[in-house]
Design a protein around this ligand. Structure first.
Ligand SMILES: Nc1ncnc2c1ncn2[C@@H]1O[C@H](COP(=O)(O)OP(=O)(O)OP(=O)(O)O)[C@@H](O)[C@H]1O
Ligand SMILES: [Mg+2]
Length: 270
């Protein structure tokens, strides 16, 4: 049975003035058990929306989502217990300590404090979180530290499917490496399957079995990094993943990001 199976999933959002944005334009995607699939795509291409429909935070307009065979739209409660999501905008009880937030997160998944406490130590140590600060309120921690707590919270519940939405964005190089090593360790130890959205080409190449490239709400390519490079080979030159990305999306990540913020400015979003 597959960890994740998406069939022609669509999602539109209402903009101001009654216009619609198509965030997901018929996305079909499979993630096998134990597989790590990366999604690359410029700002606004639909990566986070994809993660949010899978995690049952929002409902798709059409299409089917199955997590270990279970329909995520019809049986969200069952599906929620088998997966966990880490995103850049992770939410916490700000006044509570990191430890309290982690214990609360574990409890939601039926993991008791007695089970969770020793694991909190092990996980936080492995991602280089300073244990002296685990008792401090979340709001006193830096973004990077909070990101590590978000990741630890997801790992505590041993999810069979992990949805990682830019898990290393905003981390310093050392912490980034710690988090990436941890993701690799999870793959090796557990039978977890991972969907990882990232802007980091190196991260995608190092961590992912297959890489999808998302443009305007569609996954336009999905394959191993090597296969993608071979497909976009020109005159015997094997392109880098960044070059493949440019060829596929008609732009580089930086250009695309710049264009997107320009668009947002014009639309008065910011
Ligand atoms: N709640 C919402 N309401 C209205 N529009 C939304 C909402 N969420 C996302 N969108 C729109 O859907 C599109 C896809 O957004 P999404 O956040 O999925 O992109 P992304 O690929 O994750 O981008 P980024 O790389 O910046 O994180 C964008 O046009 C965005 O403005
Ligand atoms: Mg996003």
């Amino acid at each position: 049975m597959r960890a994740l199976e998406l069939t022609t999933v669509r999602k539109q959002f209402k903009k101001k003035r009654g216009e619609m944005t198509t965030a997901l334009d018929g996305v079909s995607l499979n993630v096998e058990r134990g597989e790590v699939v990366g999604i690359l795509g410029p700002n606004g291409s639909g990566k986070s929306t994809l993660v949010r429909v899978i995690s049952t935070l929002i409902l798709p307009d059409a299409g089917e989502i199955r997590v270990f065979g279970v329909d995520a739209v019809r049986k969200p409660k069952i599906v929620q217990q088998t997966m966990n999501r880490v995103s850049v905008e992770a939410s916490f009880f700000k006044k509570l300590s990191a430890r309290e937030n982690l214990l609360y997160g574990a409890k939601l998944y039926g993991v008791t404090g007695r089970e969770a406490l020793p694991r909190i130590g092990t996980i936080l140590e492995s991602i280089g979180f300073d244990m002296k600060r685990v008792g401090e309120p979340m709001e006193h921690l830096s973004r990077g530290m909070q990101q590590k707590i978000a990741l630890a919270r997801a790992l505590l519940t041993s999810p069979m499917l992990m949805l990682l939405d830019e898990p290393t964005t905003g981390l310093d190089p050392r912490s980034k490496k710690d988090v990436q090593d941890l993701v690799n360790a999870i793959r090796a130890q557990h039978d977890s399957s991972i969907l990882l959205c990232t802007h980091d080409m190196g991260e995608a190449e190092d961590l992912c079995d297959r890489i999808g490239i998302m443009v305007d709400g569609r996954i336009v390519e999905l394959d191993t990094a090597d296969a993608l490079k071979r497909r976009y080979q020109q005159n015997g030159h094997l392109p880098s993943l960044e070059e493949v990305f440019m060829a596929v999306s008609g732009t580089s990540l930086e250009d695309a990001d710049a264009r997107e913020s320009e668009k947002a400015e014009k639309a008065g979003v910011n």
